[in-house]
Every structure is written in structure tokens, then in C-alpha cells.
Design a protein around this ligand. Structure first.
Ligand SMILES: *Cc1c(COP(=O)(O)O)cnc(C)c1O
Length: 389
């Protein structure tokens, strides 16, 4: 029998904040509660049929059974470049400015390995997706949180970053449309980001996983639409949320050729690319007719409106999202996020995510995911009203 000991990088990870909630969820399910789970950002709807069909055909072809290319098939990278041009008006060189990813999480988690090390700082926003800071920790760098505060409309204050930190910063992670606050970026903000990056020689990593899940016809911007954007950074995209493909594991990184190449070198040494049949399916996904996406957006918009109407009659103060499938809401006076989530689970059998799970700056808020049918979301809101009366 050997003594198994974890490496320091695992031992020193921040504690897993959802463990207690997970336990309570299991208890609720075990006692047969009619649980409405709005805690997980994982689409409940199936992948559209034309994408599944493309996969079925591609999986039959033996040439797709071999190792794929590291960067992605040329046809996939060209499809990404076409989609970018069509959607954002941004030109990309498919050969050097596009890289396939095994889901965008994979690229986000690995990019720090390419550009940051001991003694370096990686800036990320909090509350936020946990992978930015964990990737930095795994690379031996020091993650430093920039708070996203309500007073600043959930944008980081780049002017407030101390000179000493800015000097040592190698990467800056941003995410708009934002998970969990659902804020969308403005061109002015992105221009400030480009200026900051140029001033301090920092690589910008913009996570745009929710760029296509928008409401009220307000299409979110790509960071690469900002003048100078491609000079300072890259953008991460995911097919997961847009096409209900979380289980397929495919995404891409685009932008600055040197940054794309650096991430590519890490990947070449760690993985062997995306299964080609999945890349074929992803090409079909990127060619999805606009009407089918508009219909998906309408579905989320109806769910959003039902939840906002219901929460308006509760003491929770929800922000009206312009994009993503999340609703971020301020806890009523006297509640912290974990206490409120536990209360709602116990009294209403509704599960939300405590804001503190996205970083200490998320304390005082909860997040609802719109990944359940409209009727269930309506029911959840009614139960929340009763539980907080
Ligand atoms: C879901 C999510 C991702 C990861 O998506 P993949 O499935 O790995 O492509 C990345 N960033 C944010 C903010 C997310 O919410």
C-alpha cells in the first residue's frame, strides 16, 4: 500500500463552495421533493437535428477515425472564419488566427501555461467563471481578482489596478456577456481594455461563450471588433451554449496569431485535437439558419420574462439580462447568498447558485439559470414568493 499524496497545486486549491449545496440537493431528492433546479448552466433542450445528422454521417467515414490535426481541420477553421466575418464583420486568417478547442474551458484552463509563470500576475474578474484563476494557479502564477461591482455596472475598474500589479500582469481575463451577472460589454469599455493592455503589455483573453444568447435584438460585440483588439488578445468561443452542445466538447480560440500559436504549442504537447466527426458537426452548427437561433433566443427570452415577473413580486431584486441564460439577483436585506439558497431549497424546493460560489465579490447575490421549461420557471418564482413572504 502506498501513501497517496496530492500535489501542492491541488492541496492549495480554494475549498469547493458548492459541496454543502450538493449535499442538500441530494437530501431533497432523496426525500422525494419536486425539485426545480435552476443552478446549472447546461441547456435542457437537445442539439438541433441537422447537427446530429452531420455527426452521424461523419462518424461513418473511416478517415475521421484517425488522429485529427492539432489546430483543427482546415475546413473547420475556415467555417469559423466565415462565421466571424458574417456575425462580427471581423476578418480572420483561418491558418494562423483560429484554433480548435476541446470545449472553450480547455483553452481557458490551458492558456496561462503558455504565457504565465512564477512571479507573474494573472488578472481576472470576480464574481466569475472559476477556470480563469485556477488555470493561473496551475501555471504557478498569482491570480488577482478585479471586483465586478453593481455601482460600476459589473465592469472592472482598470484604472484602480495598482501599478505594481499591472507591471507584473501577463494575462487579463474578461467575459461579456458575463456569467454570472449577465452584463454585456460596450465598445467604450473594450476600448479602455485595449488601452490598458497596450500600456502594460498584457494579453487580453476574452471569453465570449454567450455571444449568441442575447435578447431584444441587442447583439453583443466581439472584443476583436474593437480597434486594436487583435493586436492585444484573443477571444474564446464555445458551441456549447449557442447550439445546446455542452456534451460534445468543442469550441475555439481566435485572434492574435502569436497568442493563438502559444496556446497551440501547449495543446500540441497535451492533447491531440478534437474528434473530426465532432468538427464536422461543428461546421454544420456554425451554418445553422438564423431563424433557428432566433427561435432559441425567443425561448430563453420568454423564460427570462416569466422569471423577472415572478421575482418582481418577491423581495429579491433581479437585474434584467440583455444576454446569457442567467438572471443575477440581489438577496433581500438580511440574507447572505448561501443562507438564501439553503432556505429556498428547503422551503421552495428551488435550487439557485449562491453568488459567493463565483468569488467573494459575488456575496449578496444569487444566480438563476434559465435551463428549465417556462412552466417550471413560473412555478419556481411562485414558490420563491411564498418562501420569502
Ligand atoms: C459554460 C462556460 C464556458 C465553457 O464552455 P465549454 O463547454 O467548455 O465550451 C466558458 N465560459 C463561461 C463563462 C461559461 O459559462
Amino acid at each position: 500500500m502506498i501513501k497517496v499524496e496530492l500535489a501542492r497545486r491541488l492541496k492549495e486549491l480554494p475549498p469547493y463552495l458548492f459541496a454543502q449545496i450538493d449535499r442538500m440537493k441530494e437530501e431533497a431528492l432523496a426525500r422525494g421533493a419536486d425539485l426545480i433546479d435552476l443552478s446549472i448552466g447546461d441547456p435542457d433542450l437537445p442539439t438541433p437535428g441537422h447537427i446530429v445528422q452531420a455527426m452521424k454521417q461523419a462518424v461513418e467515414r473511416p478517415e475521421n477515425h484517425r488522429y485529427p490535426s492539432y489546430q483543427g481541420m482546415p475546413r473547420f477553421r475556415e467555417a469559423v472564419a466565415r462565421w466571424y466575418k458574417r456575425r462580427f464583420g471581423v476578418s480572420l486568417d483561418a491558418a494562423t488566427e483560429v484554433l480548435s478547442l476541446i470545449g472553450s474551458k480547455e483553452g481557458i484552463g490551458h492558456i496561462s501555461l503558455a504565457f504565465a509563470q512564477e512571479g507573474d500576475v494573472v488578472l481576472y474578474c470576480s464574481p466569475g467563471y472559476p477556470v480563469y484563476s485556477i488555470g493561473a494557479l496551475f501555471a504557478g502564477a498569482r491570480p488577482v481578482a478585479l471586483p465586478l461591482r453593481q455601482e460600476r455596472h459589473f465592469f472592472p475598474d482598470l484604472e484602480a489596478v495598482p501599478q505594481e500589479l499591472a507591471r507584473r500582469a501577463k494575462l487579463l481575463f474578461l467575459n461579456y456577456p458575463n456569467n454570472p451577472t449577465a452584463q454585456t460589454a460596450t465598445l467604450e469599455f473594450f476600448q479602455q481594455v485595449v488601452a490598458f493592455a497596450e500600456r502594460h503589455n498584457v494579453i487580453v483573453c476574452h471569453d465570449a461563450a454567450y455571444s449568441e444568447l442575447y435578447f431584444d435584438e441587442q447583439r453583443p460585440l466581439s472584443f476583436l471588433q474593437t480597434p486594436g483588439g487583435k493586436g492585444v488578445g484573443v477571444e474564446f468561443h464555445s458551441l456549447s451554449k449557442t447550439y445546446n452542445m455542452t456534451g460534445w466538447r468543442v469550441g475555439f480560440c481566435v485572434g492574435n496569431a502569436q497568442v493563438v500559436a502559444g496556446l497551440g504549442r501547449i495543446k500540441t504537447n497535451l492533447d491531440s485535437g478534437v474528434f473530426q466527426a465532432i468538427q464536422e458537426a461543428a461546421i454544420a452548427a456554425l451554418e445553422t439558419p438564423e431563424e433557428s437561433l432566433a427561435s432559441l433566443r425567443r425561448t430563453y427570452q420568454e423564460r427570462r420574462d416569466v422569471l423577472l415577473q415572478g421575482l418582481a413580486q418577491s423581495p429579491l431584486r433581479a437585474f434584467r439580462p440583455k444576454a446569457t441564460f442567467y438572471v443575477w439577483a440581489r438577496c433581500p436585506e438580511g440574507w447572505d447568498s448561501t443562507g438564501l439558497v439553503q432556505h429556498l431549497l428547503k422551503e421552495a424546493a428551488v435550487l439557485a447558485t449562491p453568488g459567493v460560489g463565483f468569488g467573494p465579490e459575488g456575496e449578496g447575490y444569487v444566480r438563476f439559470a434559465l435551463c428549465a421549461p417556462k412552466e417550471r420557471i413560473k412555478e419556481a418564482a411562485e414558490r420563491i414568493q411564498r418562501a420569502l413572504r
